[in-house]
Design a protein around this ligand. Structure first.
Ligand code: BDP
Length: 594
């Protein structure tokens, strides 16, 4: 799916700002709120999660629908064009009304969607109403447990418990835009590059709608045209190619034009990088060179704005990662804003791109997060409905991010159940689907503690072993000698079972900044450093380990719980990005190890 940009043939309008907002306690659809302007609203910034903008549990803990509304007038010249309304994401479900009519709907809170709205818009003032639902259940990803039940003595109780460890922020969390295209237009572009010696073969595919001749030009960073072709798909050659390298980005631009009768109808510019990715001989190769992942599992999370995309935090977070010597991160546990992938492309930061498939694990649901346990892959719970949603998010993620050179692995899920025959049956077609949609990138999933090599039945379907392990925290907290032995034993067992490279996609310890001790006890800054150092000693002894991504870059909000002190505190930075002692320890390790 193309990102909306201004070009010689396309206009772009920003609909972000302060919209009208209203919580729905159940009447919205019965009373058809979309038919007329919303009454008794409060102002709400877009993009933002709505939860923390106003004080009180009414907003923060609301379950179900909320409504957003704004008006706009369109310039006259756009009515002869296709007018497309595009949402970067709406979490988790959206119904979009233009002037009272349903224009589109979308389920899935972390991928973009759009609709042509010509048939719904007027030449005068237009009203855009968006109903947004934050419920997580077994038909959504992430997964949660939704209950609407009569509780003796208490009456009707509606609860929605996330099976995941981050606050279920919701709303219109990414930019809303209107853009135009001509009636004959470029719908999609796919660019794949392969390298031989100093030249690159660029295979492109253009999906155009309408009758037109397709012309393609590849520009380098100095805007020189270095290759060109015609037709909907072809192969071009770039001689003396500049590779996109980790931390040394180089981007080409694929300029696609549609022509008819000597007239240029549409033009679009898609950036791409030339780099290869392969797993071979137990190594992860980028451009044929072994790559060692140094970085983090992150979250889109900040005070007040919640999960809203924010360029200030994005640029700052990348600057802090650079300061530490990090070269990569995982988009745990959902696709991040498109702007983040674009920025990673430009900064040369390597990304493990993850679907929102988190919480498909009964063990966690019944444990940390307080939901009632269930049999993970039983038909009443996670079964075809979850698998259908999962297939859809894999499709939408790859369609959105396929041209980003920063993305080197598709992470299909975080910590799913992966030890039962049912889990293998569930994942086999999904992993095949990802490979079919993109044969150029390795596939993996983050394996949960407990799904060790003797019981795991899914990892062999993947190219890389990705492990989330908490030796020294959930296992053997305070006994790092035992933790070190167990971590070593487990990694040795993985090496004995597979010849696949291992990326440690999570490890770490909760830490309260300012908590110190001569004896480095759990929660102290010294203990976080000690857990990281213990883990690193083990990783350095195991050749198969080709990456370390600490959990987490920064402290982040979670649902309340007795294991969480104002959120998850495993950050190397606090939520407002002040470094803990671990940041300096990491900087020493990562800056010294080139
Ligand atoms: C892992 C999850 C992650 C949690 C982390 C933790 O993948 O989402 O936040 O553990 O417990 O199980 O801190």
């Amino acid at each position: 799916m193309l990102y909306p940009i201004l070009t010689a043939s396309r206009e772009l309008f920003d609909l972000n700002g302060v919209w009208a907002f209203k919580l729905d306690h159940g009447a919205g659809f019965d009373e058809e709120w979309f038919r007329r302007p919303l009454a008794e609203t409060v102002p709400m910034p877009v993009p933002a999660s709505y939860n923390d903008v106003y004080e009180g549990a009414e907003f923060r803990d609301h379950i179900g629908w909320v409504w957003y509304e704004r008006e706009f007038v369109l310039p006259e010249d756009v009515f002869s064009q296709r007018i497309v309304l595009r949402f970067g994401s709406v979490t988790h479900e959206a119904r979009v009304y233009m002037n009272g009519q349903l224009a589109t709907e979308h389920k899935g809170g972390f991928t973009p969607f759009e609709a042509e709205i010509n048939q719904f818009v007027h030449h005068s003032r237009n009203r855009l109403t968006v109903a947004v639902n934050n419920v997580v259940d077994y038909t959504t990803l992430p997964v949660g447990t939704y209950r609407d039940e009569e509780v003796p003595g208490l009456g009707r109780m509606v609860t929605d418990t996330p099976n995941f460890d981050f606050f279920n922020y919701a709303g219109i969390q990414r930019p809303v835009r209107l853009y135009t295209t001509p009636q004959t237009y470029i719908r999609d572009i796919t660019v794949q590059a392969d390298v031989t010696g100093s030249s690159a073969r660029i295979a492109y595919q253009v999906d155009a709608v309408g009758d037109a001749e397709i012309r393609v030009f590849v520009h380098d960073e100095t805007d020189e045209v270095v290759a060109s072709g015609t037709g909907p798909n072809s192969q071009l050659v770039i001689e003396g190619v500049h590779l996109w390298q980790p931390l040394h980005a180089y981007l080409y631009t694929c300029v696609v034009e549609l022509w008819r009768d000597g007239q240029r109808l549409d033009v679009y510019e898609e950036p791409f990088g030339v780099r290869t990715v392969a797993v071979s001989d137990g190594k992860f190769l980028i451009n044929g060179e072994p790559f060692y992942f140094k970085g983090f599992g992150k979250h889109e999370d900040a005070a007040v704005r919640g999960k809203a995309h924010d360029n200030v935090f994005m640029v700052h977070d990348f600057a802090l990662m650079e300061w530490l010597g990090a070269n990569s991160f995982r988009t745990s546990h959902y696709p991040y804003a498109e702007e983040v992938l674009d920025y990673a492309d430009r900064q040369g930061v390597v990304v493990i791109d993850e679907t929102p498939a988190v919480g498909i694990n009964s063990g966690l649901a019944g444990g940390v997060f307080g939901a009632k346990p269930f049999v993970t892959f039983s038909p009443e719970t996670i079964g075809p409905a979850t698998q259908n949603a999962h297939r859809q998010v894999i499709r939408e993620l790859i369609a959105r991010d396929k041209n980003h050179p920063c993305v080197v692995i598709w992470s299909i899920a975080n910590e799913p159940e992966s030890v039962t025959p049912a889990s293998r049956d569930y994942f086999e077609p999904l992993i095949a689907e990802a490979r079919h949609l993109d044969p150029t990138r390795p596939v993996g999933f983050a394996n949960v503690q407990g799904a060790e090599p003797d019981v795991d039945v899914v990892t062999d379907l993947c190219d890389v072993v990705m492990l989330n392990r908490y030796y020294g925290w959930y296992i053997d907290a305070g006994d790092l000698a035992a933790a070190e032995r167990k971590l070593q034993d487990e990694l040795d067992a993985w090496v004995a079972k597979h010849d696949k490279p291992i990326i440690m996609t999570e490890y770490g310890a909760d830490t309260l900044p300012g908590q110190h001790g001569v004896f480095p006890g759990p929660w102290s800054e010294e203990y976080q450093v000690a857990v990281l150092e213990m883990s690193h000693r083990v990783f350095d002894r195991v050749d198969a380990v080709i990456g370390e991504q600490i959990w987490n870059f920064a402290d982040f909000a979670t649902a309340p719980g007795i294991l969480r002190v104002g959120g998850n505190r495993k950050g190397v930075f606090t939520r407002d990005r002040a470094p803990k002692a671990a940041a300096l320890a990491l900087r020493r390790r990562w800056r010294e190890q080139s």
